[in-house]
Design a binder for this molecule. Structure first.
Ligand code: HEC
Ligand code: HEC
Ligand code: HEC
Ligand code: HEC
Ligand code: HEC
Ligand code: HEC
Length: 496
């Protein structure tokens, strides 16, 4: 027998294959790692290959080396009828034993180092915004796009969706794996359903950065609206102080009352938590009050525990990072800062209608929006269009840009699927409870009073602004109509 570097049983097909696989994977890993290192974050899929897809192949290769050797060793022993005294003898004076031990040592150390580096990098990679937002590009596009334009654009996805601690990390990876399978099979739901049921409680995410006990004072908001009619005032401003924190000794601001001083819990009748018929508050002294609507299923019955949800940040701030704005808001804003020329007749209504249309894909939407608006202006506003083609074209370009940023037909993601619960204009929001219909047994009503949450300090058309720092009674924009006193805003306003 010729002299071999390693014991005889390493020389077999399976081991060769395993070794070849391991070397090949290491080589590819080396090249990719170099690319990742020198080119920076060149490609979101590079890290996916380096840290997630390739390592199992490396491990498989190494395992095959061992499996081949073990099988071969057994066979040799059987043939030589040595199995009766099959004891493991390691003798370092035998060169082959020395070589095997040395080779094993080198492989094990190399493997440990690679595993440590790999696991560390894999952890960071799977926690990165790139991994969460860009790898499943098609599925996550709506959330990633809106996130990138939000106040939280520098907060990593995982800081809200997972938070710290090993338990949630593992949980997220397990549910993530299920989602990967669904994505590969193409069976994921469109739109992604909300509320996210396994979202971590706000106490462990939002409150890592925001301190609810720290009151914010009043926040001044200025809203500007444009009329859909060509007659009457075309522009209307509302300026209000939103009482985010406590006011005066009674400390009845929004955060204080709804979060710090009272524990508010509720039962929703629908999956999206938009219809609320049972509300309970427990104040600092432990006094409990229950409010129900007339048609609540729990006027006499007690709701089952698993249906009761303790209100937290997300019940109001439902869209802190992924706000899909409604067409009216988007068009108002574009008209305000001049991206859409407010002088074009009917542009408000037409742009809003175009954005709110139902389309099957972004490509089809863009074509339909362009074609529809051109048709309208060239046929129905022919005289105006003849002299203002450039303005109309520029406005259409803006509508298309807006569409691309806030509407995602492939994932069916848009404002009416993902309501923002701050406010009450376009979706019920605060009026889910503050509609004046939620009463307690002793006759208390959850307030719908317009001064409870904000004070209007200025309102009106530009040439006829009313101003009063102590507060003004709301005047409905553009139309002289009092039905808002009894009808909820979102019964008439849907955002389109
Ligand atoms: C500031 C916290 C925050 C950050 C940062 C954040 N999210 Fe979210 N995300 C939320 C909240 C809150 C919801 C809504 C939960 C609900 O309504 O139940 C949500 C919902 C989602 C949903 C469900 C669909 C939807 O639109 O409601 C997806 C998917 C999602 N986020 C992905 C991401 C990705 C990807 C990133 C990073 C690119 C990210 N999120 C960053 C807070 C955050
Ligand atoms: C990692 C830290 C971090 C976490 C976690 C975080 N935020 Fe923020 N949040 C910020 C920063 C930074 C800003 C921006 C402040 C600024 O621009 O002045 C901000 C701004 C905000 C604002 C005001 C701006 C706006 O968009 O209206 C709200 C509301 C808000 N966060 C709510 C939340 C909620 C709800 C959660 C939990 C789902 C959350 N935040 C989680 C850091 C965080
Ligand atoms: C009852 C509803 C409600 C709850 C619950 C709630 N908020 Fe708010 N929050 C508001 C409203 C309303 C505003 C002001 C309007 C706005 O954001 O445009 C606001 C404003 C904020 C702001 C911005 C303040 C500023 O100065 O601009 C932050 C940050 C914030 N909330 C964080 C949180 C966090 C974190 C929680 C959970 C601990 C929370 N909120 C719970 C309703 C709520
Ligand atoms: C789940 C039901 C529910 C929702 C949703 C809700 N609230 Fe409340 N809110 C209550 C209850 C219950 C009270 C306590 C009424 C009382 O103490 O008499 C309350 C009280 C308040 C108070 C103090 C009122 C006072 O008279 O002193 C403010 C301010 C407030 N809410 C703001 C908001 C805002 C802003 C929103 C929307 C962003 C909102 N709430 C959404 C249930 C709700
Ligand atoms: C329970 C609290 C609450 C009550 C009661 C309430 N509002 Fe509001 N309102 C809000 C919040 C929160 C916003 C959003 C402020 C923001 O965008 O920062 C809002 C926004 C508005 C806006 C701006 C609409 C928009 O989103 O562009 C108007 C106008 C308004 N409210 C009028 C009223 C009128 C009129 C009443 C009385 C019928 C009323 N509000 C009662 C909390 C309340
Ligand atoms: C009975 C139906 C009805 C109710 C209820 C109602 N509105 Fe309106 N609102 C209208 C109509 C119709 C217009 C369109 C006027 C126009 O565009 O010239 C309008 C226009 C507006 C505008 C300007 C819209 C834009 O396109 O920019 C605002 C802001 C507004 N309403 C706020 C409210 C608020 C806040 C409430 C609740 C307190 C409310 N409305 C309740 C019917 C209603």
């Amino acid at each position: 027998m010729e002299k071999k570097f390693l014991p005889e049983y390493f020389y077999n097909g399976t081991t060769y294959f395993g070794a070849a696989l391991a070397v090949l994977v290491l080589l590819i890993e080396g090249i990719l790692f170099g690319m990742d290192f020198f080119l920076g974050n060149a490609n979101v899929y590079l890290s996916l290959f380096i840290y997630v897809i390739l390592p199992p192949f490396l491990i498989a290769g190494l395992l095959l080396i061992g499996v081949g050797a073990l099988r071969r060793r057994r066979r040799i022993r059987l043939k030589l009828d040595l199995h009766k005294e099959d004891r493991l003898v390691i003798d370092f004076s035998i060169p082959r034993h020395r070589n095997t031990a040395f080779a094993t040592f080198v492989v094990v150390v190399l493997l440990l180092v690679l595993t440590a580096v790999g696991a560390y990098k894999a952890f960071h990679y799977t926690e990165s915004v790139n991994f969460c937002g860009l790898v499943c590009h098609k599925v996550m596009k709506p959330e990633y796009t809106t996130y990138s334009g939000s106040s939280h654009a520098k907060v990593k996805c995982v800081e809200c969706h997972i938070g710290g601690g090993a338990g949630w990390y593992v949980r997220s990876k397990v549910s993530g794996l299920r989602q990967v399978i669904k994505t590969v099979q193409g069976t994921y739901p469109r739109p992604v359903p909300v509320p996210v049921h396994n979202l971590r409680p706000a106490k462990e995410t939002c409150e890592e950065c925001h301190w609810p006990g720290k009151l914010f004072g009043d926040v001044e908001e200025e809203k500007v609206y444009f009329s859909g009619e060509d007659t009457g005032p075309s522009r209307w401003t509302v300026r209000m102080l939103v009482h985010v924190s406590g006011r005066g000794p009674q400390n009845n601001g929004i955060h204080a009352h709804m979060y710090v001083d009272n524990k508010v819990s509720y039962v929703a009748d629908d999956d999206k938590r938009q219809k609320i018929s049972w509300v309970r508050t427990v104040d600092k002294k432990g006094v409990e009050t229950i409010y129900t609507t007339k048609d609540s299923a729990y006027n006499s019955a007690v709701p089952p525990k698993e249906k009761v949800r303790r209100m937290d940040c997300m019940d109001c701030h439902s869209r802190p990072a992924h706000k899909f704005e409604a067409p009216v808001r988007l068009v108002n804003r574009a008209m305000l800062d001049g991206r859409i020329d407010a002088g074009i007749p009917q542009i408000k209504t037409k742009a809003v209608d175009a954005l709110a249309g139902k389309y099957v894909s972004e490509g089809q939407a863009v074509e339909a929006i362009r074609a529809g608006l051109i048709k309208y202006y060239s046929e129905k506003q022919a005289a105006y269009y003849a002299g203002h083609q450039r303005e109309v074209q520029a406005a259409i370009d803006q509508v298309v840009l807006i569409y691309r940023h806030d509407f995602f037909p492939e994932m069916k993601a848009r404002w009416d699927e993902y309501p923002d619960n701050i406010g009450h204009w376009i979706s019920p929001g605060c009026f889910r409870c503050h509609d004046g219909e939620h009463r307690s047994g002793d006759g208390k009503v959850i307030s719908r009073n317009c001064d409870t949450c904000h004070t209007i300090i200025a309102q009106g058309a530009p040439d006829a602004m009313q101003k009063n720092i102590d507060g003004l009674p709301f005047q409905h924009p553009f139309i002289d109509d009092d039905s808002w006193k009894t009808t909820n805003c979102s019964d008439c306003h849907s955002g389109s």
